[in-house]
Structures are given as structure tokens and as C-alpha cells.
Design a protein around this ligand. Structure first.
Ligand code: TEU
Length: 579
């Protein structure tokens, strides 16, 4: 049976630091700002705070491009501010998780500057430097055909040393060469630095990408119209990945009681995932998988909208819920983060009639599955996307690169006219990362209490939803925020919600998502009407509801007994303990 570990029973709240709370009126959130909001986070039921990267960085990719792992970006504060934040967090019985980005550094990191300085640099091999190839017409070509995950080639040419370096993300994020043991030791030293300082958890950015296919061979050509090819299999779960994860665990993580979560995009499956997190393998504690997040993008392209069916969501849930148990590992449950569009806009319904009930319905699903719950700032308010932003309101490098590359290829196809970009703008409104990065809405003053009312925020505020804020919702017993608080409370009262098995009730129902959680004599029934029409729902006869006690519902429910035949209201969600 599963060990009862503290980190399996907690709620982790992700703070996107630059957009959470500004304390010095420069329009950028900071560490002192977080300290001001700790009591709020405690009231909500957060047990651990995950801070997105706060290290020195040129912020080309909002801090996921780190220039010094041991220094705080002055925009966010000082190392003393971090120490105070950690102390104040611990004083309230909460913990801190730090974000570790080790697949790449910033191109401004001293390691890279040294590596780039000459072909003879002692750090040359800390990154991937390769000679280019010559094309048919004598043109210079990159060393291989890999496409960057942010678009274009994954290689950038350096004039001074006449070689290319590899960057799976933007050119400002050169990939570290983990095959060099010096690099791994330098990485472990950073973890040790933050471990010694009292960090209770580590989130590892794109950690399944750090072992590349030896020799960096060309990816198979899947799109003959382009030079760059999707190269995901050439760098995902590479041949040495588990050796490196185990080494990281043995050499440094094992010195601390900290929990870890590995972010694993690019389609890691449940078997692969359990190799990272099965306890006896001594690698990581939890994994972020992306299969539910990929449902609404066609052919793995997030920008290409696709209609998905409820049974597909159920299937992803079932596979992961039933696999990640016992010795096989543990899930990190999430519906939102700083890379994802807002759940209510994407999986719920932003029509004013349904905004609040659908946000609560989604929360009911999130809080009743097996795994550790991760929340993202603003999710607890049911924050939707901004509606009327223009391209320039989205500063994100991924969004801007996407727009530019689409514009370029359309212009090349037909130079005679300005291309129609409306579908691209719609995709950005639906999936752009900045939809989730606008400042936290604390009250209905100008700038929403995020910064001085006279100040300018670093990214545009979601003004249309100013009335949807913490202050109003804390006062309203029926608010989304108070529903989240209740869910957090119920989860902690019922440990079976952490550990119990997941049993589908009617996995093919096109409208109602329903399941049981079971552990020994305990059974919990959850059902959610995932659409805006009233829907009939029938609880199978073999599920005995005689002793059912309702734990929570997102509508007022009158009937004292749970009948087997029900009509559910739009987005109605309920959870019952069946004894
Ligand atoms: O994200 C990794 C990742 O998979 C993203 O590229 C994701 O596919 C994309 O955001 C979907 O739109 C991590 C960080 O969370 C992200 O913020 C960074 O930009 C990225 O790594 C590079 O460090």
C-alpha cells in the first residue's frame, strides 16, 4: 500500500511572481508583495507556495531564462526578502517550492558567455556547439533539422566562433549539455544552495528533455515543405535521462526532505512517467503530464483548435488515475498554470450565466481526483481570459514568435497582399500564455490592488473582470473562492480523496463526468454535468445511495435523499459520501 507522505496530502499554489502583488509600485509583483498576501493564501488552504523563477534574468522568457541561479532579480527583491518570505511562510505552517530551470540557461549566464567566448573555452562543452552543414547551393545550414519548440530552427549561428549552438526554446535559452558531468555537478550545486536555505520543494522545468539522442541525428522528415522538423522524439526521455535523475536524487535531493515535481511536456506516457516517479526508483516525487492539456489542439499543435469530447477527457483521467498508484507513482493534478489558458475560458463557459457554476464544476473535478492538487493564482476566482486585447498586449515570446512566423510564411506564399491574420489572433485569444499572466485581481480599485492605482502594470490588467476579485469573493458565501476553500477543507477531512482508487461510473456519457473514489469501506461519488443544458443522469442500480451524505454541490440541493434518476442543471456538480 501507498506510504502516507506529507507531499501527497497538500495543496500547492503556484504564484506567478511578477503578476501576484507589487509592494514597491513599479508595476511588477515581488517577494515583499507575496508576504503581504500570505494570510490570504493560508485562509484559502494552500500548504505550499510554488514561486515561478525569481532569479537574475534578462526576462526574455519571463525568468525561464536564468542568468544567475543564486541571485534574485532585483525587480522581485533581494536574497534577504526571500529569507523573510520563507520565514513568514514557515511561521504560518506553509512551505516553499522553487522553480529550477536546468534544461537551459539564459544566453546571459556567465557559463554561456564563457562557453561562447572561444572554441577553446573550458566551458565550450557545457552547451551543444556544432559546425553547420552546407546545402545544395552552397548555403549555410544548421547542424541538423530540429525545430525549436518556440518555432524556427533549434540552432543559432555564432559569427565569432563560426559554430551553431542548440536552443530547444528561444535563442536566448541555450541548452545545457547534461552529458558533461561538470554540468550535472554545477546543477546539483544549485539545488544544494536552495536546499540548504530551507526550500521544501523543487519544480524541475522540462526535465524530461535534458538527455538528447547521442550524435544529435536529424529528425525524420514529417513536413517536406520545411527544413525544420518536429524533433520531439530526438530529445524527449533520452537514453541517459533516468541515470541523470537517479544521480540527482542520490547526490543532492536525498540530503533534504523536499518533494519534487518534474514538468514533462512532449507526450510522456504513463509507463514512462512511472519510471520517473515510482518510489523505489529514487528519482522524482511527482510528474506534470500534459495529455489533458493537449486535448484541444489538433495534431499536437496547441494553436490549432480542435473540438474534444468528454469521453476523451475521461479516458486521459482514467489512464493516469489508474496507473499512478501503489508503486507506480503519483500525479500532480492541475488545470491551470502560467503556460496554460484559463480553465474556465477553455473547459468551462464564460457566459455570465455559467461563469461561476462552471468554474466550480471544474474545481470539483480537480479536487476529487487522486494526486497532489496544484492551483494557479486567479483560478480560485474563476478568472476568465481578457477579451479585447490586441497583439501588442501579449508580451509573451511564444505568442509573439508564433504570430511572426505565421505572418512570415503567409507573406511568403502571397507577397501581393497583407495576409489575413484573424484566425491567428483567435488562437492567441484562446491559447496564448498571457491569458493567464495578467495581474491578480485583489479588489475593484484601479489596478485591482495589484499595484498603485496611479501606476502602470508590466502587463495589461484584465479590466473587464475587475468585479471578479478577492475582496468581493471573500465576502460572498456563494463565490467561486469560497467554494475552493470548502473543497480544500473537505479534501483534508477525507484522506480517501488522496489515496482512494478511481472507478469510472459511466465513462462513455457524452455530458456527465462521473466517478467513484473507493478505499476500504469508504466510497465517494462525484458527478458533473459538463454542459450548459439540463441533463438527465442515472446512477447505476448497483451503487447503493441509501446512506449518501452530500459533501458539496455548486447549486442549492433540496432533496435530502439521493435518487438514482436525476436531472442535473447546467454545469451542476455534486460530491457524496456513500459510506
Ligand atoms: O514550459 C515547457 C513547455 O512545455 C512549454 O513550452 C509549453 O509547451 C508551452 O508553454 C505551451 O504553450 C516550461 C515553462 O513552464 C515555460 O514557461 C517556459 O517557457 C519553458 O519551459 C522554457 O523554459
Amino acid at each position: 500500500d501507498m506510504n502516507r507522505d506529507w507531499w501527497r496530502e497538500i495543496i500547492i499554489y503556484e504564484i506567478y511572481v511578477q503578476s501576484f502583488q507589487d509592494s514597491n509600485n513599479d508595476g511588477v509583483g515581488d517577494l515583499r508583495g507575496i508576504i503581504q498576501r500570505l494570510d490570504y493564501l493560508k485562509r484559502l488552504g494552500a500548504d505550499m507556495l510554488w514561486l515561478t523563477p525569481i532569479y537574475e534574468s534578462p526576462l526574455e522568457d519571463q525568468g525561464y531564462d536564468i542568468a544567475n541561479y543564486k541571485a534574485i532579480n532585483p525587480l522581485y527583491g533581494t536574497i534577504k526578502d526571500w529569507e523573510d518570505l520563507a520565514a513568514e511562510t514557515h511561521k504560518r505552517g506553509m512551505k516553499i517550492m522553487m522553480d529550477m530551470v536546468f534544461n537551459h540557461t539564459s544566453s546571459q549566464h556567465a557559463w554561456f558567455l564563457d562557453s561562447k567566448s572561444s572554441r577553446d573555452s573550458s566551458k565550450r562543452d557545457w552547451y551543444f556547439w556544432r559546425k553547420g552543414k552546407t546545402g545544395k547551393n552552397g548555403e549555410r545550414l544548421p547542424p541538423n533539422n530540429w525545430a525549436s519548440l518556440f518555432g524556427g530552427s533549434a540552432w543559432k549561428y555564432d559569427e565569432a566562433t563560426e559554430e551553431y549552438y542548440l536552443h530547444l526554446f528561444s535563442p536566448s535559452q541555450p541548452d545545457l549539455n547534461w552529458d558533461n558531468p561538470e554540468v550535472r555537478n554545477a546543477v546539483f550545486d544549485v539545488i544544494d544552495f536552495w536546499g540548504k536555505k530551507g526550500t521544501d520543494g523543487f519544480r524541475f522545468d522540462v526535465i524530461n528533455l535534458v538527455s538528447k539522442m547521442p550524435g544529435l541525428p536529424d529528425a525524420p522528415v514529417t513536413d517536406p515543405t520545411k527544413f525544420e522538423q518536429n524533433a520531439i522524439p530526438m530529445f524527449t526521455n533520452g537514453p541517459n535521462i533516468h541515470k541523470y535523475m537517479h544521480e540527482m536524487n542520490r547526490k543532492v535531493l536525498s540530503k533534504y526532505t523536499a518533494c519534487t515535481v518534474g514538468e514533462m511536456p512532449c507526450g510522456v506516457d504513463e509507463y514512462e512517467a512511472s519510471q520517473y516517479v515510482a518510489s523505489e526508483r529514487q528519482e522524482l516525487s511527482m510528474v506534470f503530464q500534459f495529455h489533458h492539456m493537449d486535448l484541444d489542439g489538433a495534431d499536437g499543435d496547441k494553436w490549432n483548435p480542435r473540438k474534444w469530447e468528454l469521453w476523451e477527457f475521461e479516458k486521459v483521467c482514467r489512464i493516469w488515475q489508474q496507473h499512478m498508484l501503489g508503486n507506480h507513482g503519483w500525479s500532480a493534478l492541475y488545470m491551470e498554470n502560467h503556460d496554460q489558458a484559463r480553465a474556465v475560458s477553455r473547459f468551462g463557459n464564460t457566459d455570465p450565466r455559467f461563469l461561476s457554476v462552471s468554474a466550480k464544476m471544474l474545481a470539483t473535478v480537480l479536487f476529487t481526483l487522486r494526486g497532489t492538487v496544484f492551483l494557479y493564482q486567479g483560478q480560485e476566482l474563476g478568472m476568465p481570459h481578457p477579451q479585447n486585447w490586441k497583439l501588442e498586449d501579449y508580451p509573451d515570446v511564444e505568442t509573439q514568435d508564433y504570430y511572426k512566423s505565421m505572418y512570415k510564411s503567409r507573406k511568403e506564399q502571397d507577397p501581393s497582399k497583407e495576409p489575413d491574420m484573424s484566425d491567428v489572433m483567435n488562437a492567441i485569444k484562446l491559447k496564448g500564455r498571457d491569458n493567464a499572466r495578467s495581474p491578480m485581481l485583489w479588489d475593484n480599485s484601479k489596478n485591482a490592488g495589484f499595484t498603485n492605482p496611479e501606476g502602470k502594470t508590466w502587463i495589461r490588467l484584465n479590466e473587464e473582470y475587475m468585479n471578479l476579485n478577492v475582496q468581493t469573493q471573500e465576502r460572498d458565501p456563494d463565490s467561486v473562492l469560497n467554494y475552493f476553500k470548502q473543497l480544500a477543507h473537505i479534501r483534508k477531512q477525507h484522506p480517501m480523496l488522496f489515496y482512494g482508487a478511481y472507478v469510472p461510473v459511466n465513462p462513455t456519457d457524452p455530458k456527465v463526468f462521473s466517478f467513484l473514489r473507493t478505499q476500504g469501506p469508504y466510497r465517494t461519488l462525484v458527478f458533473c454535468n459538463w454542459c450548459e443544458e439540463p441533463t438527465d443522469f442515472e446512477i447505476p442500480e448497483d451503487i447503493n445511495t441509501d446512506l449518501a451524505v452530500m459533501l458539496i454541490a455548486n447549486y442549492h440541493v433540496d432533496e435530502p435523499v439521493l435518487e438514482h434518476k436525476l436531472q442535473l442543471r447546467p454545469y451542476e456538480a455534486r460530491m457524496y459520501s456513500l459510506r
